[in-house]
Design a protein around this ligand. Structure first.
Ligand code: FAD
Length: 286
């Protein structure tokens, strides 16, 4: 991100079927002219979805002008399998990898059982990806602590460990008010970690995005935001308009605090991200 203006990036998930594939590629083609800094593709829990991550990211590398980033998780993989996936990424020309641990399939908060010949924590995956090629490696960060963690200091220490093992940047879980993100950024800075921390932004387009995101991420739901949006709960268009205003406010506050890049969770749709990028003046900033 060697540019003098803030940039944006977007996240997709691998489509499940042909209709999903069409929707994803429509979103990719509409976002392409806005020149995001990179586009990432999440890594699923099962075999076929994992193959789709490799295929989708490889196609972005070969068929578009975009910079792809593939996610990779340690869950249910042996070390040999992980090395194989990393090799597939390299062969497809993918040089950016987001190394995350992943959650147990089914219940994200269920018991974590490492593969008998696998890895247990994301820091080990950072080390592996780094050892296998010239990759730019990102990791996950949690402004309100990882849902499994009971001790914020310990959680910060784990994030610092991932960065010390070679992570070049971190992307946060979604959140709805800037304070937790800014606190985490300050604490990383104080710990001597100066890599970019990109806020993960979920555009608030529906009642579901308001409630489901925080439920999964552990981020607090600010009562004033809920009051501001929920009066439109029965009017989807009015809710979307108010939600997009709230998301714009959050992004503006982050940019005013010197944030250099915003990472948008797109849910494989482009309109909300395109609108936000326009409102924030972030297009073609790479
Ligand atoms: C930006 C982003 C992208 C994501 N992409 C995906 C994806 O593509 N696919 C997917 O399945 N999931 C994805 N996730 C979800 C992620 O896999 C889960 O949140 C997972 O539970 C945590 O992953 P992590 O990499 O932070 O794990 P870790 O850094 O390993 O941390 C997991 C927990 O263990 C603790 N811990 C870490 N190291 C140690 C240690 N050495 N000893 C003891 N405790 C330790 C941490 O404090 C934390 O509580 C993503 C999350 C984010 C924020």
């Amino acid at each position: 991100m060697d540019v003098d203006r803030p940039v944006f990036s977007v996240e997709f998930f691998p489509p499940k079927d042909e209709a999903g594939e069409t929707q994803l590629w429509q979103a990719i083609r509409r976002l392409e002219p806005l020149d995001p800094a990179f586009v990432s593709v999440t890594y699923g829990a099962g075999g076929s979805s994992r193959d789709r991550t490799v295929r989708t990211t490889a196609r972005i590398a070969s068929d578009t002008t975009l910079v792809p980033m593939a996610h990779l998780t340690a869950v249910s993989h042996s070390r040999a399998e992980l090395r194989h996936v990393i090799g597939s990424y390299a062969a497809a020309g993918i040089r950016n990898v987001l190394a995350v641990r992943g959650d147990p399939p089914g219940d994200p908060l269920g018991e974590w059982v490492a593969h008998p010949d696998g890895l247990t924590y994301a820091d080990e995956l950072v080390t592996m990806v780094r050892s296998l090629g010239d990759f730019c490696v990102g990791v996950a960060a949690f402004p309100y602590g990882h849902p499994r963690s009971t001790d914020p200091d310990e959680d910060l220490a784990r994030l610092v460990a991932k960065i010390r093992k070679g992570a070049d940047f971190a992307i946060t879980q979604l959140f709805l008010e800037p304070e937790g993100f800014l606190r985490l950024r300050d604490r990383l800075d104080a710990a001597g970690c100066h890599v970019p921390l990109l806020p993960g932004i979920m555009p608030l387009t529906t009642v579901r995005t308001l409630h489901r995101g925080p439920e999964l991420s552990g981020a607090p739901l600010p009562p004033d935001l809920v009051a501001r949006l929920e009066r439109h709960a029965d009017d989807p268009a009015a809710f979307r308009a108010a939600g997009m205003d709230a998301t714009t406010d959050l992004c503006e506050k982050l940019l005013a605090e010197g944030v250099r890049g915003l990472h948008f969770y797109t849910l494989n749709r482009s309109p909300a991200t395109i609108e936000l990028v326009g409102r924030l003046g972030l297009a073609a900033a790479r």
